[in-house]
Design a protein around this ligand. Sequence first.
Ligand SMILES: NC(=O)C1=CN([C@@H]2O[C@H](COP(=O)(O)OP(=O)(O)OC[C@H]3O[C@@H](n4cnc5c(N)ncnc54)[C@H](O)[C@@H]3O)[C@@H](O)[C@H]2O)C=CC1
Ligand SMILES: O=C([O-])CC(=O)C(=O)O
Length: 346
Amino acid sequence: MTLSMLRSVVRRTSTSGASRLTRRQFSSEAAPERKVAILGAAGGIGQPLSLLMKLNPLVSTLSLYDIAGTPGVAADVSHINTRSQVAGFAGEDQLGQALEGSDVVIIPAGVPRKPGMTRDDLFNINAGIVKSLCTAIAKYCPNALVNMISNPVNSTVPIAAEVFKKAGTYDEKRLFGVTTLDVVRAKTFYAGKAKVNVSDVIVPVVGGHAGITILPLLSQATPKANLSDEEIVALTKRTQDGGTEVVEAKAGKGSATLSMAYAGAIFADACLKGLNGVPDVVECSFVQSNVTELPFFASKVRLGKNGVEEVLGLGPLSDYEKKGLEALLPELKSSIEKGIKFANSN
Ligand SMILES: NC(=O)C1=CN([C@@H]2O[C@H](COP(=O)(O)OP(=O)(O)OC[C@H]3O[C@@H](n4cnc5c(N)ncnc54)[C@H](O)[C@@H]3O)[C@@H](O)[C@H]2O)C=CC1
Ligand SMILES: O=C([O-])CC(=O)C(=O)O
């Protein structure tokens, strides 16, 4: 979902003739019924993400699940006069109902970082949360596209894959680590340095979603700009440290929530468009991959009616990016292996 689309939804629904206009628009578009479930919907990301998904006209049912607090979030969001019907579910005994029939499941459930922590420091708590949620997904909506936000993404995606394999439901086309926030940041920071219009900027970000595993391919950024080597290094580091920048600014009150909700809404919208048969929907995501020797890797992915339609290659890299790629592989490998080991030993 682009910002202009968001604005136009808000515009359409903010006048007195709103509901009439909204109804007419949706009935003429005949968008298929799509259920989206958000697990962790009462949290810092979950709440604004619920709002943004409520604004998305491709959603017909919005299912908001958390261990507590979701009835309130659902009641609040449900009053917004857009297409989707909203329901809130709280506690494990309602998880099946929350998931049943879902086309897309977005998972921002789990603890966020505090200053001084790495994403890997979240593993001990979040690995178990992700494992139990994915066990339920395998049971109640095995065909859903899963958008994994919970950190450490480099490990939680492999955990999800193992859980689905054990359940006999694994389809590599349907599992995505959400790395869209890295792309959002790279676009913003690049536009600022290159002095180009941010809405025109395209920057692929590959690798994983932690520190040096985040590799923005600034040599492929458009519109082209004549940036110095020092500027490229600084932009790369700022993108890699974007999450930490927010964690430190929030000083103990969590990590990125609002920009993550925006990024999560963009990625979920791309998944829905792909499911609906919109051609040429391409986003970066951490998926099962043959792009490197690692089993999972983030790169550009073409989305289609079954999820991943094609994992795109890296394209030409600068020498600096080649070195970055080489440097990130060992860390990414060990995070992936840690996730696989956890899923198979617990
Ligand atoms: N992929 C990415 O780019 C990003 C990922 N994150 C990650 O997203 C996660 C969530 O962050 P915040 O929303 O800020 O945290 P938060 O603490 O504000 O919210 C997390 C929510 O998850 C819920 N939760 C915990 N266990 C659950 C379970 N078993 N089932 C359902 N819900 C459960 C909590 O009740 C809470 O409402 C963190 O792991 C964070 O590191 C954050 C920013 C960016
Ligand atoms: O940095 C964190 O802990 C949250 C995150 O993944 C991000 O903001 O990119």
